[in-house]
Design a protein around this ligand. Structure first.
Ligand code: ATP
Ligand code: MG
Length: 261
């Protein structure tokens, strides 16, 4: 299988009053077509910045980004975000409050002919299991259902690549894990390629074919979930994997305790 997404030695920085703040330096990553990749790392390590660069919202200081074999970003070249065929679902997935579920899903399809648009919306409603709520407004459905609408909206224009930034962060631990499995099923069924960002390890392991553990703006190991557990490349990865597993266990035990009260 060929690689759909290639980040080749990319560097990213923000301009601040004190001068440029380097966030990512010389980072490499390849994601195979049909795979779900996940960047896992502590707050502030540069995950969102990388997704924004892939989507076309941050300029590259060095390196290049290729999608389907064509260069979409380089220091002297940047394809416009809307011409990249990249779908996004960000942390604050904010649905349009004045549009119904189906209105939200159809939002990116305004230029499509009506019959094609209606068929696409119907197929997506079925895919995410929301046929019965199609005419409700965002405030009339649950958080998990809202997240599924946001996913359907991002998938609607048939992007080549889907970027998901902490898509389940507003949900409780049990819902987020269930939804992570559901989203994996949906993406696998449709053969989508996706890059997901999280700092929740359980979520990463539930959904990803490849996980990149990040530390200070670089990827320490890009590997299968199995390999991360059984053959961590560095003591940092080993510690990170162990510590996060313990935290997830504690969070679940804590929530069960609250539910029992
Ligand atoms: N617009 C900005 N201007 C200056 N610095 C920024 C800007 N956006 C982010 N940063 C800094 O860049 C670094 C990486 O931020 P980024 O948002 O990519 O982290 P993250 O890994 O997504 O964190 P989190 O898990 O908290 O979402 C941080 O140190 C952050 O403070
Ligand atoms: Mg972030």
């Amino acid at each position: 299988m060929s690689d759909l997404l290639e980040l080749e030695h990319i560097s990213l920085a923000y301009d601040t009053p004190e001068g440029p703040l380097p966030v990512v330096t010389g980072l490499d990553l390849s994601l195979q077509r049909g795979h779900i990749g996940c960047l896992l790392g502590a707050s502030g390590c540069g995950k969102t910045t990388i997704l924004r660069a892939i989507a076309g919202f941050e300029p590259l200081r060095a390196g290049r980004i290729c999608l389907g074999g064509r260069v979409i970003s380089a220091p002297d070249k940047a394809i416009e975000p809307q011409d990249r065929h990249v779908g996004m679902m960000f942390q604050d997935y904010a649905l349009f409050p004045h549009l119904s579920v189906e209105g939200n899903i159809a939002f990116g399809l305004r230029r499509w002919e009506k019959p094609r648009r209606q068929a696409r919306v119907q197929a997506l409603l079925e895919l995410v299991g929301l046929q019965d709520t199609r005419q409700r407004f965002p405030h009339e459905i649950s958080g998990g259902q809202q997240q599924r609408v946001a996913l359907a909206r991002a998938l609607a224009p048939e992007p080549e690549l889907l970027l998901l930034d902490e898509p389940f962060s507003n949900l409780d631990v049990d819902t987020r894990e269930r939804l992570a499995f559901e989203v994996r099923d949906i993406l696998k069924k449709t053969g989508h390629t996706a890059l997901l960002v999280t700092h929740n390890q359980a979520e990463a392991f539930a959904i990803a074919d490849r996980i990149g553990v990040m530390h200070c703006g670089s990827i320490v190991q890009w590997d299968t979930p199995y390999a991360l557990h059984h053959a961590p490349a560095t003591p940092f990865v080993a510690d990170f994997v162990k510590r996060e597993a313990l935290m997830a266990q504690r969070a679940r035990a804590y929530q069960r305790g609250l539910a029992a009260e």
